[in-house]
Write a protein that binds this ligand. Structure first.
Ligand code: ADP
Length: 641
């Protein structure tokens, strides 16, 4: 005759914080097919005994054998699997997952085992039918009554066809009608050959069992088996085969849980808490969208500047002078040079010397802005469009008072209406009449923030940058740049400072490089912040989901499964946030470019890198929460309190 199904030999369990033993050298044999009630006062050790029997807890000393084999010899995941195939649990609190449907709640153990979907459906149907829940299969479990929830808990406990049903005060929260139903369920399961072990305070439930075990102070103080005949408890209406070797399980059992399984579980968990998921997702979207638009706008602006510079490189040279007089002299000489189409002087006055402002009554606007004193040729040479149409004429007129053309940004900051001319502004303590506004300047986009003063009648400050713009025939700048020093200063040609746009192009490349570094640093900080936020958020979620996680563990999920679940959740959020953020970034870049009339430049490598960074950030932010989730003690978390 085979030995007992479950056998405890001198099992003790102590807790670091407890002063007495929760279990004190308990020895107990339970045979297959028995119906056992464990009774005793609160704190006697009943739940601890049940947890040890159900492999949710381990003895501190002594030996526990299941069908003669020691689960201690198994690895963690083998023990998790053994628990799943041997035991079904029903707790006082039914521990349903309220957002999920009744059917999904019942299917949880099968899902945790990786049972094939078709098998899941038929098995769940059977279990629902057994507990009269078929009609409620698709109802959200949170809407059920207490009695119905407990029936769901029963269906969930038996859906995986466990050998042993462990029930911890299953009638504790129920009225007498529902308690009677629970007793009926227990009796029926027992008659089907399931070994039933139930903790109860109810005399009725205890009386319904074949065998009563009384626990007090961690010890078994009475066992009805020892007074009655043992033969009646050894019956087994349906003989079962049993082995702890997983590969010998029935054919329907799961064949393992791959990455797809974990991803599907993680996705479901995310979809079931849409608000929480959206909050974290939004953080990733904002960060990645910011990153992608910053990268793309930098690239667009860079190509914008480069194309202007490339155009200028074909026909422009700039010569620097020490004073306005030298510039005037130089201009006359350069103008006569072959290949030179036009020249224009450009005196750039630093903001500190320009002292730009406007007085309106007692109010005064001051604007630290660079002012450029130019000759009328400058407008044509730089393809500057100004309005109103008579503005160029007024700008060129020499009638005794200096005139100005303002860029739209400067006008706005000085509180000027661009549809009105004739306003007076102040430059270096001189009154200047605004005769028009710059509408566009293709060659020099900085002029939107610039002020152009007519050379005539303006008393120049002592310091500034005096330069001559030389427009050449296309393709000649290099040649002319070579000839210019001797033309301008035959005695000291080496003193002449020439700048071709090629130099500027190097400069922009440098500036773009710096910009890219800045964007990268800002984006990284942003991503780091998102990482931190989502990590904290996921950590809080783990705390809120402690019981759900414990339940998953009780019905067969291994620590690794739980860890992978959370890592997957993080990775999915990171990836989804990355892809969505990338799309938002591209749309934002396009919108900005459309508004500015630029041709957008997209950097596919940058977008890919942003998605990858987001995926990485999502996974990294889940590491600590995942570890915390995997460390949850099912026995502790599932205690009714
Ligand atoms: P019962 O189920 O009979 O009410 P328990 O098995 O819950 O009793 O508890 C038995 C004893 O072990 C109690 O004194 C309880 O405080 C203690 N105990 C149970 N679990 C823990 C734990 N995780 N940490 C510390 N003490 C515990």
């Amino acid at each position: 005759m085979s030995g007992p199904l479950l056998s405890l030999v001198d099992v003790s369990r102590s807790f670091p914080t407890g002063t007495t033993l929760a279990l004190d050298e308990v020895s107990l044999d339970i045979s297959e097919g028995e119906f056992v009630a464990i009774v005793g006062q609160s704190g006697a050790g009943k739940s601890t005994l049940l947890n040890v029997l159900g492999l949710l807890d381990s003895p501190t000393s002594g030996q526990y054998l299941i069908n003669g084999e020691n689960p201690k010899a198994l690895s963690d995941s083998e023990r998790d699997r053994l628990r799943a195939v041997t035991f079904g649990f029903v707790f006082q609190d039914s521990f349903i997952l309220p957002q999920e449907s009744v059917a999904r709640n019942v299917a949880l153990p099968l899902r945790m085992e990786g049972v094939e979907r078709l098998n899941q459906i038929s098995m769940v149907e059977l279990a629902l039918d057994e507990f009269v829940l078929l009609e409620k299969a698709n109802q959200s479990a949170g809407t059920l009554s207490g009695g119905e929830r407990q029936r769901v808990a029963f269906a969930r406990a038996i859906v995986g066809k466990p050998l042993v049903l462990l029930a911890d005060e299953p009638t504790g929260n129920l009225d007498s009608a529902n308690s009677r139903r629970v007793m009926d369920h227990l009796g029926r399961l027992h008659r089907h050959g399931v070994t039933v072990i139930v903790i109860t305070h109810s005399d009725e439930v205890a009386a319904a069992a074949e065998r009563q075990i009384r626990v007090s102070d961690g010890r078994i103080v009475a066992d009805s088996l020892s007074v009655s005949s043992s033969s009646n408890s050894r019956r087994s209406s349906q003989k079962r085969t049993f082995s702890i070797a997983p590969q010998e399980d029935s054919a329907w059992r799961g064949t393992g849980k791959g990455r797809t399984w974990h991803a599907a579980e993680a996705l479901t968990a995310l979809l079931l808490s849409p608000i929480r998921s959206m909050t974290i997702l939004l953080a990733f979207i904002v960060a990645v969208a910011g990153l992608v638009s910053a990268v793309n706008l930098t690239a667009t602006a860079a190509s914008q500047v480069s194309s202007k510079l490339s155009a200028a490189a074909l026909d422009q040279v700039v010569v620097h002078f020490e004073s306005p007089e030298e510039l005037q002299l130089g201009a006359d000489r350069v103008r006569s040079l072959e290949g030179v189409v036009a020249v224009a002087s450009d005196l750039q006055i630093e903001p500190s010397d320009a002292d730009l402002g406007r007085n309106v009554g007692s109010q005064s606007f001051d604007l630290p802005s660079r002012v450029r004193v130019v000759d009328p040729a400058f407008l044509a040479l730089n393809e500057i469009v100004v309005g109103p149409s008579n503005a160029p004429g007024l700008f060129a007129a020499e009638d005794g008072s200096p005139t100005a053309l303002l860029g739209p940004d400067v006008a706005a900051e000085l509180g000027l209406d661009t549809s009105r001319v004739g306003e007076i502004i102040r430059v270096n303590e001189q009154d200047v009449v605004v005769v028009g506004y710059i509408e566009s300047s293709i060659r020099d986009v900085t002029l939107a923030r610039g002020v152009l003063l007519s050379q005539a009648d303006f008393i120049l400050p002592e310091s500034g940058t005096w330069q001559l713009l030389v427009r050449t025939e296309p393709g000649l700048p290099a040649k002319i740049a070579e000839a210019l020093p001797l033309t301008i200063d035959p005695v000291h040609p080496e003193d002449v400072r020439i700048e071709t746009v090629a130099d500027l192009r190097e400069l922009t490349a440098g500036v773009n490089g710096d910009l890219a570094v800045n964007v990268f640093v800002i984006s990284s900080v942003l991503l780091l912040l998102v990482c931190l936020t989502s990590s904290i958020s996921m950590f809080l979620t783990v705390l809120a989901r402690t019981r759900e996680i414990a339940l998953r563990r009780a019905v067969g999920a291994s620590k690794a499964d739980v860890r992978t679940l959370f890592l997957m959740e993080g990775a999915i959020l990171g990836l989804a946030g990355g892809v969505a953020g990338c799309s938002v970034g591209i749309v934002a870049t396009s919108a900005v470019c459309l508004a500015l009339g630029w041709a957008p430049t997209f950097d596919p490598a940058g977008a890919l890198a942003a998605v990858a960074a987001s995926l990485f950030a999502g996974s990294v932010s889940a590491i600590v929460p995942a570890r915390r989730a995997a460390g949850i003690e099912a026995a502790l978390a599932l205690r009714a309190n």
